[in-house]
Design a protein. Structure first.
Length: 358
């Protein structure tokens, strides 16, 4: 499949020889804001997704970016396996507490790199990061980091990496299932008392675990929680409406604004995975609607992207898009677009006429 190298123009604009800069003013990188390791892991993930879709010229650009992001992870990883997340533009470390979310994102990105990259010179970097980071898995305490770690472990086990990882996968899966059972009630099929950020990463983690563990109780929790989130994230027109970050969502109230691209991407991720596992076309339709959100099928009726250069606005507010175009937003858009294109290919394999109605 052919793409244009311009699709990666903005991620290239944000990336220097250290890594991807966290924030932008409009489309111009705000260097004084520095870097986050979270964004390096996400950017690595995005590049790995696009490698399957890119032509030869685009693959060369993507591999250069992959080298930069892998080098960043190697640099900021601590001796105990954790990662320092916030790095100033002068490459000094800012004060912080260790983050399970950051650890989980790095685990997932490194596992994906190890599985998908073919060059030994790149794989050794991913494997080095993984070996140290895996020592911290059992100590993880927060659900989103655990969901990322579950997904990484599931991917490694599925590709015949050491089976001893199964014990840790089962432990993390049980923690997430226990969290669901402790909070879920009639009309509230969720893991926490508040639906906040990156929500769909939780059912996605369970879906990945189910592929390896094959316990229907895990699949039931995954689909129940995902179905609840889909209902919560759909507006009256059937468009995607992610939970707003100005108040989030509880049993009593739900924030409409501001809507974040990363929440749309995570919903696309979980829905695409659910379609892959169950074959239920409704999940494929939700993934496509997530992609449509970026192109104007949203509450404001405005496009969030410049598809010609792969840029995306930071968020959707009650007055329109936040015109800044930072790393998290562009990465969320690129991952969503790649997932959508791969889903089209998956549907075509199942039904050769499916692409005609997409």
């Amino acid at each position: 499949m052919q793409t244009s190298v311009n699709r990666f123009k903005h991620i290239l604009r944000l990336t220097d020889d250290t890594g991807i800069v966290e924030h932008a003013l409009g489309r111009i990188p705000r260097r004084k804001e520095g870097y986050s390791t979270d964004d390096q892991a996400r950017a690595l993930w995005a590049c790995l997704e696009w490698l399957d879709l890119a032509g030869e010229e685009e693959a060369g650009k993507l591999n250069d970016l992959i080298d930069t992001y892998l080098a960043f992870l190697l640099w900021v990883q601590k001796d105990n396996g954790h990662f320092h997340n916030n790095i100033a533009y002068d490459r000094t470390q800012e004060k912080e507490a260790p983050s399970d979310d950051c650890l989980g994102r790095c685990l997932w990105a490194a596992a994906l790199a190890l599985v998908r990259l073919r060059e030994p010179e790149r794989r050794v970097a991913a494997e080095t990061v993984l070996e140290k980071a895996l020592t911290q898995v059992s100590a993880m305490r927060f659900l989103r980091g655990q969901a990322y770690a579950m997904s990484a472990l599931s991917l490694l086990i599925a590709h015949r990496y050491p089976r001893h990882l199964m014990n840790e996968l089962e432990m993390l899966t049980q923690r997430l299932v226990d969290a669901y059972r402790s909070q879920a009630a009639a009309g509230w099929n969720w893991f926490e008392p508040v639906v906040s950020y990156s929500n769909a990463i939780l059912p996605w983690g369970l879906l990945n675990a189910y592929e390896v563990v094959r316990d229907n109780r895990i699949l039931n929790v995954a689909t129940e929680s995902l179905d609840f989130l889909i209902r919560l994230s759909t507006n009256e027109k059937g468009q995607i409406r992610p939970v707003g970050n100005k108040g989030w969502c509880s049993r009593e109230s739900r924030a409409l604004w501001d809507q974040q691209p990363i929440d749309v991407m995570k919903l696309c991720l979980a829905a695409a995975k659910a379609f892959q596992i169950t074959g239920t076309t409704r999940y494929a339709e939700i993934a496509a609607k997530c992609r449509d959100w970026f192109y104007g099928e949203n509450d404001a009726g405005v496009s969030m992207v410049n598809a010609a250069e792969g840029s995306c606005y930071d968020g959707l507010t009650d007055t329109g898009p936040n015109l800044n175009q930072g790393a998290e937003a562009v990465i969320s858009y690129l991952i969503t677009e790649a997932l959508y294109l791969k889903q089209i290919n998956q549907k075509r394999e199942v039904d050769p006429y499916a692409a005609c109605t997409t």
